[in-house]
Design a protein around this ligand. Sequence first.
Ligand code: PSU
Ligand code: MN
Length: 303
Amino acid sequence: MTALQLSSEVSEALDAGRPVVALESTIISHGLPRPRNYEAALEFEAILRDQGVTPATVAVLDGVPRIGLDAVGVRRIAEDDLAKASVRDLPILAARGASGATTVAATAHLAAKAGIRVFATGGLGGVHRGASESFDESADLSTLAVTPITVVSAGVKSVLDIGATLERLETYSIPVVGLGTSIFPSFWLRESEHTLDWSVETPDEIAAIMSAHDALGHRQGIVVANPIPAHQQWDPAEHDRVLAQAFAAAHDAGVRGKAVTPFLLGYIVEASHGRSLEVNLDLARNNVATAGRIATAWARRRA
Ligand code: PSU
Ligand code: MN
């Protein structure tokens, strides 16, 4: 059985010490509607290439965890009905020769195994509202507790329990650093009610933290909280109104478990007439560009 398959482009970049950024596929398969998801997958890769950074989109195709996709692979994550694959699903997909779109957890796990140190996503998974009863906490958190990769995200979606998510990140000793902000962002919005202990202004400072983290022998991930630029964020009043509707709809439809996040995201796109989607794309592009700069700073520091 093949453990991991790196594209030649990714493996050459890693061998040469050039910057590489991992990209997840669940955001493409389950987080964004067709056909915009396909354009987004190509665009995220192009943003990195324009910076001289090698993109490594991660997915499991026909049982093989792939680090870096070719054109056919990118089309498949956008157009096939792929399973949403977290870390625990990987051995099952591999043994059965099945395919899956990797979450932040599974992407981080596979990318770190391949030797990639920087990863861009939209929003991190976290602790769901009502988790004290449902126990619904994303494996993104427990995986980052044991996975040495720097994840650039616009915080966590306001559909989650942000305070509880930050508590969990603290429990797992995962550093959370604001980039240009000391307030934890809430995905579509630049801010949340939660302040951060640490913030930096530049990608170089993130790379310095990564070096120090390694020197201390730490093996956790690092969360970079990268808020959407103010002029691109969703109108807060509309955001609050649509979210309230989405929770009511999920409750009425009886959605549970790992179906909750895709349900809410899909509902919110519809109910906002696409506005939340534009914001989602903008924040993701912004995270990808920032991750490219961090990977570049990291490669320079190691050279
Ligand atoms: N944030 C988004 N879109 C997404 C996700 C997060 O804007 O599609 C996905 C990520 O792949 C993340 C996953 O890892 O949702 C978390 O799902 P769960 O809560 O079931 O762990
Ligand atoms: Mn869950």
